[in-house]
Design a protein around this ligand. Structure first.
Ligand SMILES: [Zn+2]
Length: 250
C-alpha cells in the first residue's frame, strides 16, 4: 500500500552502497526507518530539501509486511532560521535526538508531532535564551508520553498543599507529611527548594508551546528545572545523556 504522510527527519546515517538510513517521524505511522539512495538526497535532486534537518515534508511511504520504503518526498516548510544561529541549531539538534530516543517505532502520536512542529516554529522566532524552550519541550514531551510529573497534588496521599518537595523516583511532588515515607526508600532524589520549581513546571505543562516564545526564566531556576527533567527522563523513560547534549554544554 502507498500512503502520503507529513513527516520530519529525525536522523540520518550512512550505510553501505551509497545509501542512507533515515529515521522519520511521520504523522501517520509514527517513527519509521527507511533507506534512501544517496543520490536522491544530494542538492541537485528535486525533493532533496525534504531530507534536511528542520524540514517538514510530505513523503510517499510504501508499506510491506514488516518494512517501510520511501518514494517521492516534497518540502512543505523549512525552518531554515534554526540553522542560521548556533544556539538555535544546537538546541534544535538536541530535541531531534531526544525525540528519536523517546519515540517507539511505528507508534503514531499526533500530539507529539504537533508539539515538535510548534517547538520549531517558536525556536525559529525566539531571539535569545533558546534553552528555555528545550526544557519546556522536554517537560511537555514526557507528559505526552504518559509519564507527566505529578505537580497538582501529593503523589502519596493525593491531597493538595501549598508546599511540596519534588521526588524524582516518586514521579512528582510529595507533601511534608508524606516525605518521611519516601525518604525511607533507598536514596531518592529529592529537590528540596521546591515550591517555586513546582509552580514553574506546572506553568510549563499548562501553557501551550506557541505562547512561550517571549517568556523568560531566570537562569538559576531554569538550570534547576533542566537538571530535574533530565533526571526525570533518565529514571522514567530511560533516556541517558545524548550526544548533542555534550556539545550543547561545552
Ligand atoms: Zn502527602
Amino acid at each position: 500500500m502507498q500512503y502520503n504522510t507529513a513527516g520530519i527527519v529525525l536522523r540520518q546515517i550512512k550505510i553501505p552502497g551509497d545509501r542512507r538510513m533515515l529515521s522519520i517521524f511521520t504523522e501517520r505511522f509514527g517513527k519509521i526507518s527507511v533507506s534512501v539512495a544517496g543520490n536522491k538526497m544530494n542538492g541537485k535532486n528535486k525533493g532533496s530539501l525534504a531530507f534536511k534537518p528542520f524540514t517538514l515534508g510530505y513523503y510517499d511511504i510504501y508499506t510491506g509486511r514488516d518494512y517501510y520504503s520511501l518514494g517521492k518526498a516534497e518540502t512543505v516548510k523549512s525552518w531554515f532560521g534554526i540553522g542560521e544561529d548556533v544556539d538555535r541549531y544546537l538546541e534544535g539538534s538536541f530535541i531531534l535526538e531526544f525525540t528519536e530516543k523517546l519515540l517507539e517505532e511505528s507508534v503514531p502520536s499526533s500530539h507529539f508531532f504537533d508539539l515538535l512542529k510548534d517547538y520549531f516554529d517558536v525556536l525559529e522566532k525566539r531571539t535569545r535564551a533558546h534553552s528555555f524552550l528545550t526544557t519546556a519541550f522536554q517537560i511537555k514531551a514526557v507528559s505526552v508520553m504518559g509519564v507527566a510529573p505529578e505537580v497538582e497534588s501529593c503523589v502519596i496521599c493525593g491531597k493538595k498543599y501549598d508546599d511540596y518537595m519534588f521526588v524524582n523516583e516518586a514521579g512528582g511532588c510529595v507533601c511534608r507529611n508524606c516525605i518521611s515515607e519516601v525518604s525511607k526508600r533507598d536514596n531518592p532524589l529529592i529537590y528540596r527548594n521546591d515550591s517555586a520549581i513546582i509552580d514553574r513546571i506546572r506553568y510549563l505543562i499548562r501553557t501551550p508551546m506557541k505562547k512561550l516564545e517571549k517568556i523568560y526564566l531566570e537562569e538559576e531556576s531554569l538550570g534547576e528545572i533542566n537538571r530535574l527533567i533530565r533526571e526525570y527522563s533518565r529514571y522514567h523513560l530511560d533516556i541517558n545523556e545524548l550526544k548533542s547534549e555534550r556539545v550543547k554544554n561545552v
